[in-house]
Structures are given as structure tokens and as C-alpha cells.
Design a protein around this ligand. Structure first.
Ligand code: FE
Ligand code: CA
Length: 522
């Protein structure tokens, strides 16, 4: 459902636009005097012949109705050029910013050359947006030596500045950014004590379309996040906080107050705000049956990336206690864990994934998803327990996933996750209980941009019982950078110096690698 315009009911505006975007239109002086591009620009979903470019018209970022103070149907011109100075413009068009879609624009640009940079911008009311840079993917059959990309998750506004995003934007030659979830947090504002550095202001808990939109509007006012989006295309999936903490499918953490029928409505509003505000390909995502964010990306013959939706189609949480669908610690003999009728991805998405793996000829197969896959068992006086919200709460589904990694014969599987506010490097095994096996894949979990980590000592103490976890650090915030080549994958865990410092520096906290042909961590 791309918003490329032809006909329109706002002829007056289009006529004005057609004669060259005068600075003042007749649609309201107060609006015309303001910058329509307060939210920056973004690109996403790179293919070999194009990508999506995004912006949002929001002269009044925090308008209470979530609309950003934009008039309906404002015509916006867009331009894509081969050079930063826009001397060689190769594609132009006009789109209408519709209030029904949160005044956002998602233009699906095609007909471009593979594997090269392009620059893009929008023009409304005679005002130019900032310029963004995108990069097309190589042709699927192209031989590719190397690609660099970065990954992020968990950017809680109140807990700090987004310096990690700024440093990701400065990663030279990064071709795309993976957002692994918790891009926003729906939670109510907290008093600014105990290390919190900035506030949601008067934004209430996000639970309606207007208030989810306002959360994104706040985030997209951040210069570091804007810089990252302007530097490289995004591939974005959601985790829980884009909707509600720890929800699972249509089961909310408050099963009594928000039974599935009511929670489904809230979830619908949250999903709508997500697709409006991230540079996703609407022709793929907007389906009659709902939102489909899972997505496959090819980077030449070098890599296949399968980006997953790990929330929408999930079964209810394992061994629910006291009417709450929230993640909790449960005994490892909770019978739900091994119930094969429970699913993490939904059976349809599982089939889609396994089908993609069965056909894959890529040298590397990267799973881009939200939650920790490796088992993490805690010994307690009452016996061993696991945290139900991750793949740990879906043991049978995890076994299907890892078994299929092996049976499909995919080359060099690697999995990525976020959510845990900590850096991890893990080995995945077919049977975690049998010692002496060879790993099937390496798993990398990226820490948070700002969100607080889990208690370091509690986790460190549990590590001897979890030999599949090879590296863990919950005290640092940051991102991950990946250099993927035919011969090896090098991973840098990048920590920021101080989330409370707007000018924080970044440094390598830990490096890890995977050798082609040798599954697991090197
Ligand atoms: Fe988080
Ligand atoms: Ca999460």
C-alpha cells in the first residue's frame, strides 16, 4: 500500500505544489512557518533495485492527537540522486502525507542499480528535508566478498542519550542497520531519580494509536537516531515494548484487565504506529489478514538474512501463574515447555522460515530476531528454573528450529537477538544436555542502547551451569558491528562510555568471530 500519489481530493494543494512548492501555501500560515521535517528521514528494506524512503510531516511533534500538526494530504516531492549534491537525480515523484497514516510517507523506490549508494530527500512547502543515504543490495546472484552491518535494540528514552546510535551512524561502510526490537517503550514515565536522565514529559503510557504515535514522534526528534537513519537503510523487527512488556501473541501481561479480545485492539494500534514510523515496505507488510513484518533479505550470494516476528503469533506463555501472561521464572519441568503444539513464530511463519532455509544457497544464513535462543538455567533452592519470555519458554519450538537448521543443510548459520540488555556470545547445540557435541550455530545477543541491564553477578554466578554461554556482560550499553566475509564473521561488541553523557564515546568491549565452515564460536 505505497502512498505514491496520483489523484487527490486536495486539488488546491497539488496545484500549488505543481508550480514549484512555494514556501507559503494556503493551508494555514501557522503550519507553513514551521519546519515540516522535525522527524528526520529514513530508508529501509534494501533490494538490488531499490529501497523504501520514509519521512513524517510533523511541524508540531507532540500534538496531542498524535498527528504531528500536519494537514491531511499535504503533497511532498521526493528525489533520489546518485550524488550527495543532487546533480544526478535519477528518480522523482510526489506523495501525499495522509493523516490516516500518521502523516508518514513510505515511498518504494525501484529501478535503481545494485550495490551502490544513493542520496534522497523530501521537499514540502519549499522546505528541503535533511538528506539521507541509502544503499541498494547486490544482485542476488552476485559474488560478494564482504559486508558490514550493525545491530541495535532496547532504546529506553528515559534511561539515557542515544550516543550508541550516533556511533552506529559513524560506522564507516555499514550497509544497513538491524533494529531487533524495543525501539520504543510503552511504559509510563518515571520520576527522574536513580540515574534516569531525560523524561517522557507529559506523554502518558502508550496504549492508544495517538499515544503510540507520540512515542515514535519523541524518539524521531532525537538527533542521534536521526543521524543513524540518514546514514544507512534499516531492517526493523519488533519485540514486546512496541506494544506491551512481555506480551505473547494475544496474551497480555494483565490477563484479567486486558483479556485477548481487548488486548488485540491495543496491539493493533501499536502495530499500526510501528509500520507508520519505521521505513518498512508497506506493499509487503500491509496484508488483509494483518501486519507481516517477517522478511528475507539477500546480500548477493554471500548471505541470506531472515528477519522474524517473534511476538505476534506466539502461543500463551508457559505455565501461567496467577493470571499474568508476563515472563516469569518457572521450573524446567513445567510441562508446557516441551509441548509441541506451542509455537514461538506461529506455524505459518515457521514453514516460511524452513522453506527459505531449504532453498537457501547462501554462504551465510543469519537469523535476525528478538529473543535469546540458547538455554539459560538458574539453580535455585527450589531447583533449576528458566525465564519463560525467551525461547527458553518454548523448548519444543526451539528444538524444531535448531533441528531444521541442521536438516535443511544451510551453510554457516548465525543467530542474532536483542531484548536482554546485555552482550552475549553463545553456542547453539542440537542437544544441549549432551556434552561433547559440536555446535550447530553461534548466537550473538546485542546489549541495549540505553535500557538497564540485568544483575551482573546473578548471571555470572549462573554461568558455570550454562557452558553454552561463552561471553556475558550486562554492565555496558552499546551496539554490535558485524564484518561478514566469505571466510569469516567478525563481531565487535561496542560499548558506550556513559549513557548519561550526550557526547559519550564508544569502544570495543569484546570481539568474537565465526570461521566459515566451522559452526559455532571460534
Ligand atoms: Fe528492552
Ligand atoms: Ca524486550
Amino acid at each position: 500500500m505505497p502512498l505514491l500519489s496520483t489523484g487527490t481530493s486536495r486539488r488546491r494543494l497539488v496545484t500549488a505544489a505543481a508550480v514549484g512548492f512555494p514556501a507559503i501555501l494556503t493551508c494555514g500560515r501557522a503550519f507553513a512557518a514551521q519546519d515540516p521535517f522535525t522527524q528526520g528521514v529514513a530508508s529501509g528494506d534494501p533490494l538490488a533495485d531499490g529501497f523504501v524512503i520514509w519521512t513524517r510531516i510533523a511541524p508540531d511533534i507532540f500534538a496531542e492527537d498524535g498527528m504531528g500538526g500536519a494537514p491531511d494530504g499535504l503533497p511532498v516531492r521526493w528525489e533520489v540522486a546518485r550524488d550527495e549534491g543532487f546533480r544526478h537525480i535519477v528518480k522523482v515523484g510526489e506523495a501525499l502525507a495522509r493523516r490516516a497514516f500518521g502523516s508518514t510517507l513510505h515511498v518504494e523506490v525501484s529501478g535503481l542499480d545494485p550495490d551502490r549508494p544513493y542520496w534522497y530527500r523530501f521537499i514540502a512547502q519549499g522546505v528541503n528535508s535533511p538528506t539521507g543515504r541509502a544503499w541498494t543490495a547486490p544482485r542476488p546472484d552476485a559474488a560478494v566478498d564482504r559486508v558490514r552491518f550493525t545491530a541495535a535494540s532496547c532504546s529506553h528514552w528515559e534511561w539515557g542519550y542515544f550516543s550508541a546510535y550516533r556511533h552506529m551512524a559513524q560506522e564507516e561502510d555499514s550497509r544497513f542497520t538491524l533494529f531487533l526490537g524495543d525501539y520504543i517503550y510503552e511504559s509510563p514515565g518515571q520520576p527522574l531519580v536513580g540515574g534516569r536522565v531525560r523524561s517522557y514529559g507529559d506523554l502518558p503510557e502508550a496504549d492508544s494509536l495517538a499515544n503510540y504515535r507520540r512515542r515514535y514522534a519523541l524518539h524521531h526528534s532525537d538527533p542521534d537516531l536521526q543521524a543513524l537513519h540518514a546514514a544507512a537503510p534499516a531492517i526493523a523487527i519488533w519485540d514486546d515494548h512496541e506494544v506491551q512488556d512481555d506480551y505473547s501473541g494475544i496474551w497480555s501481561k494483565q490477563l484479567d484487565q486486558l483479556p485477548p479480545a481487548r488486548f488485540r485492539q491495543r496491539r493493533q494500534a501499536a502495530y499500526q504506529a510501528f509500520v507508520e514510523n519505521l521505513p518498512v515496505r508497506l506493499s509487503r507488510v500491509m496484508r488483509p489478514e494483518g501486519y507481516r513484518i517477517h522478511n528475507r533479505l539477500h546480500w548477493g550470494r554471500l548471505a541470506q538474512f531472515d528477519a522474524l516476528d517473534g511476538r505476534q503469533f506466539r502461543s500463551p506463555p508457559a505455565c501461567i501463574e496467577q493470571g499474568s501472561g508476563k515472563g516469569h521464572m518457572t521450573a524446567i519441568d513445567c510441562p508446557d515447555l516441551e509441548d509441541p503444539s506451542r509455537t514461538f513464530l506461529g506455524f505459518e511463519q515457521e514453514r516460511w522460515l524452513y522453506d527459505g532455509w531449504n532453498r537457501s544457497t547462501a554462504e551465510w544464513n543469519v537469523l535476525v530476531q528478538n529473543l535469546l535462543i540458547a538455554p539459560m538455567v538458574f539453580d535455585t533452592p527450589k531447583g533449576p528454573v528458566i525465564w519463560t519470555d525467551t525461547w527458553n519458554g518454548f523448548g519444543a519450538a526451539r528444538r524444531r528450529l535448531i533441528d531444521t537448521m541442521v536438516s535443511s543443510g544451510i551453510r554457516n548459520p548465525v543467530t542474532l537477538a536483542g531484548d536482554y540488555h546485555s552482550f552475549w556470545a553463545n553456542n547453539l547445540y542440537r542437544d544441549f544436555d549432551k556434552p561433547g557435541q559440536k555446535p550447530v550455530a553461534a548466537e550473538f545477543v546485542v546489549s541495549s542502547i540505553t535500557s538497564s541491564g540485568p544483575p551482573e553477578n546473578f548471571y555470572k554466578n549462573a554461568m558455570p551451569a550454562n557452558p553454552q554461554i561463552r561471553y556475558f556482560d550486562s554492565t555496558h550499553r552499546g551496539y554490535m558491528a558485524f564484518d561478514l566475509g566469505s571466510d569469516r564473521l567478525d563481531v565487535r561488541m561496542m560499548a558506550t562510555s556513559d549513557r548519561t553523557d550526550r557526547h559519550a564515546t564508544a569502544y570495543i568491549l569484546h570481539s568474537a568471530s565465526v570461521e566459515a565452515g566451522v559452526p559455532g564460536l571460534t
